[in-house]
Design a binder for this molecule. Sequence first.
Ligand SMILES: NC(=O)c1ccc[n+]([C@@H]2O[C@H](COP(=O)([O-])OP(=O)(O)OC[C@H]3O[C@@H](n4cnc5c(N)ncnc54)[C@H](O)[C@@H]3O)[C@@H](O)[C@H]2O)c1
Length: 255
Amino acid sequence: MSGRLEGKTVLVTGAAGSIGQATAQRLAAEGARLMLADLESKPLEALCDAIAGKGGIRPEAFVYDASSNESSADLVDRTLTATERLDAVCNIAGIYAKARTTDVTDADWQRMLQINLSSVFVILRQAIPHLAKTGGCVVNTSSLAALEGHAYLAAYAVSKAGIVALTKSLAAEYASTGIRFNAVCPGAIRSSMSSVPTVPDADPDLAFRRTKLKGFDGGLGEPVDVAAAFAYLVSGDARYVSGSVLVIDGGQFLL
Ligand SMILES: NC(=O)c1ccc[n+]([C@@H]2O[C@H](COP(=O)([O-])OP(=O)(O)OC[C@H]3O[C@@H](n4cnc5c(N)ncnc54)[C@H](O)[C@@H]3O)[C@@H](O)[C@H]2O)c1
C-alpha cells in the first residue's frame, strides 16, 4: 500500500480536526507531500511533527480562516508559493451546529454557508488552473445530512448539499481537463462534532438507527474510515471515478 501517493502534493484543509488529521496521516503514510491548513495552528504544527517523526515528508502548515473568502483564496496562493505543483485538494474544514430552525439567525445561516461551502468554492476556483497542469483531483467533504432529512440541521444540511452539487457540476465542467472531482459523505464519525449537544426534546430516531450497526461502538465510524476513502479517491486507483459521492456510514442510510 505504501507509495500509492508518492510524487503527489496534496493540500488538506481542516487538517487539525479529527477527520483531517487521520486523512493527513494516511496520505503521508502512502507517500504524499502535504500542505496542511486549518484555523488552529497548534494542532497543525503537532501533526507536522508527528508525520515527520514517523519518517514521512515534513508537511508545510498554513493557518487560514474559511470565514473569509480572501483568506481562502490566499491559502492557495501561499500553497503554490511553497510548492511548484499541486496534485490534489482535500477540502475537510467545516463547522456543525444543531438548532431549531426558528432559532437560526441570519448570521448563523451565513456563517455555516460561508465556511462549509463558499470557502470551498473560492479555494477550488483558485486551484483549478494549477490542478489542470497536473491532471489533479479534488475530494470534498459532504455529509449524510445532505442526502436525507436530519432534524435541527437545516443550515448544515444545505451547506453540505451544496458541496454535492458543486462537486458534480465541476466534475462535468472540467472533465475534458482530466481533473477529477469527488465527495465523501460520512455518516456519524467519532470526532469533536459527534459530541455537539442536541436540542432539547430532540427526535431520538437517528441515534437509535445507528445503534443497530453491529461492530461499531455507539454506531459511530472512526476518522480512519473516512481517511481511507480520501486516500483511494486521491490515488490513481480512482482514475476512472469522477462526480461520485461516496457514502461512508456503515449502511445506516438504508436502515
Ligand atoms: N464527524 C462527523 O460525524 C462528520 C459527518 C459528516 C461530515 N463531517 C464533515 O467532516 C469534516 C471534518 O469534521 P470533523 O468531524 O473532523 O470535525 P472537527 O471539528 O474535528 O474538524 C473540523 C476542522 O475544521 C476546522 N475549521 C473550522 N472552522 C474553520 C475556519 N473558519 N477556517 C479554517 N478551518 C476551520 C477546525 O479547526 C477543525 O480542525 C467537516 O467538513 C464535517 O462537516 C463530519
